[in-house]
Design a protein around this ligand. Sequence first.
Ligand code: WT7
Length: 669
Amino acid sequence: MPSEKSVYPPHPSIARSAHISSFAQYQEMYKRSIERPDEFWGEIAKQFYWETPIDPDNFFKYNFDITKGPIFTKWLDGARTNISYNVLDMNVKRGHGDKVAFYWEGNHPDDYSRLTYKKLLEEVCRCANVLKSKGVQKGDRVAVYMPMILEAVITLLACTRIGAVHSLVFAGFSADNFAERIMDCGARVLVTADGAWRGEKLLQLKVICDQAMVKCAQKGYNIESCIVVSHLGRVMSPMGTHYNANKTPMQEGRDIYWHEIIPEASPSCYPEWVEAEDPMFMLYTSGSTGKPKGVVHTTGGYLLYAATTFKYVFDYKPNDVYWCTADIGWITGHTYVVYGPLANAATSIVYEGTPFYPENDRFWAVIDKYKVNQFYTAPTAIRALMKFGEDLVKKHDLSTLRVLGSVGEPINPEAWLWYYKYVGHEKCSIVDTFWQTETGGHVLTPLPGATPMKPGAASFPFFGVQAVLLDEAGKEIKGEGEGYLVFPQPWPSLMRTLYNDHDRYETTYFTKFPGYYCTGDGAKRDADGYLWVTGRVDDMLNVSGHLMSTAEVESVLTEHPSISEAAVVAKSHPVKGECLYCFVTTNEHGEFDEKLQKELRQLVRERIAPFAMPDVIQNAPGLPKTRSGKIMRRILRKIAAGDRDIGDTSTLADPAVVQQLFATRPITA
Ligand code: WT7
């Protein structure tokens, strides 16, 4: 097993041809990006189209110090542009009209299609015109709940074309969750599909949207138009037949099929010029209080940063085929399925299915089929696939691969090594990209031709990013050490605010350490200066790369009439990275049995999402609390792990509770 000292230099064949081909070159560019950000980003900005030019005096302004006034970040303020114009029209003008923008690979291997830049532009314009006809104007939010189909990409770009703000919710979230987000962002138009197959599972997306719209209506909130892609009828089901899609109920006057309205719309639509600092999209992420946070990204800086990270981190070259497996519902899908690749006139793959369908070698089969050069996925997928053995990988020709990406959670050295050896044939560079919904793009990452790799280290900051470690007292840790990972300065794509809640933005990210953006993650720096992200330092859990708060799950559990109190902690899991371990205290109505556990799991599934379902639920007649009544999660984490080395318990009101919980720990835990 590789240790912290193991170093894997980029393979000479990769380094030789890379955009950045040595560590010295990275350092030199990095230095310039920090010392002269206006020059560094100004050169990149010149590669894009600005309807109103960039004002050099207004290039970049910010305040991160709450004691000195409101927190803000502005890049290229005053310049006007349109992101869809930049990533579509400009590419067509530059001669990429007939280049494939996206290959679409369906859940069933017999379903596939493609879209050139020229055609994508036309489809986006048609969709934009329809959105306008539905009353969507600049600044309005549009709710999107879509599977991994090309219409999802088209919808996002259509929103940006008319200056509307897309608010996409991952199509794995429950109706309750979706309804809450629709109402929070104030969308009046919703775009969805009737459904999709994920492996052998049928997702009835329109049914979920209907439930969400009913929940909204109960609160007096109405969606005015719902555009529905009829997808199920055009693809193969796992039974090899076409599914009868007519079952989807459509509400007269509100719901309309995509194919009944989009093809008739005009394929040209003049772009709406927006300010660089106008909101471009919002995306909800979990907050530690339970209420989701609507992270807002703006136009100009996001474009620059998505484009630049994509080019350098994946070392993308004009004829490469790139594949990111992330769902479009996460920030990874926004930045590295849609905007980053398109800003580089790239050819990429949108894949609808799972790694396991029809067989457990689907990822490798798709890489082989499209001759993929860059592959970007999550550690949880790698760990799941490792279990099936390397023979499945060896069945396919993966020799076109150059760069392998990892995202969403720390990658354990064992998974890293398997990825390196069997998928990358000890030739590919692995980029372990650390970032967040809030950061908009990669902030810590190796570069394929430049950074000697250490398995599990996100290694060094990207251009324009200064990474600092602070101790509990807020003092900077220079050199080796471990602390809070914070950033003293913004880079172009840092989020600007939380939707309708700038106060929460300031308190969540900028008050713990005045003058710094606080990630909520811990990190350590080794003797060679490499950064290793160690995980969340707050009450957040990361299950298969899905971030959620313990509070969010606890509040759902306590909704059950039999539960008086609940405490949720993370437990490590061999495939998911982390899983949920829940302690519940029943009240006088409740009896802790199989039935109750089933109901609790179902409740979490309904209220949040299937991926949030607890792995373990333990009966806890009492919880370890301090005398002031605060639950000591540190101790609960030890119980979940079965680790009796619990340290100091002198602050506990009733230490006997701990012994009891150890004694009644479920065998399945
Ligand atoms: C949290 C952000 C970034 C897109 C997907 C997740 C964890 C993410 C890594 C990594 C260690 C990582 C952090 C972070 N995380 N990437 N390479 N190494 N941890 O976006 O849902 O906003 O989650 O994911 O804890 O704070 P997100």
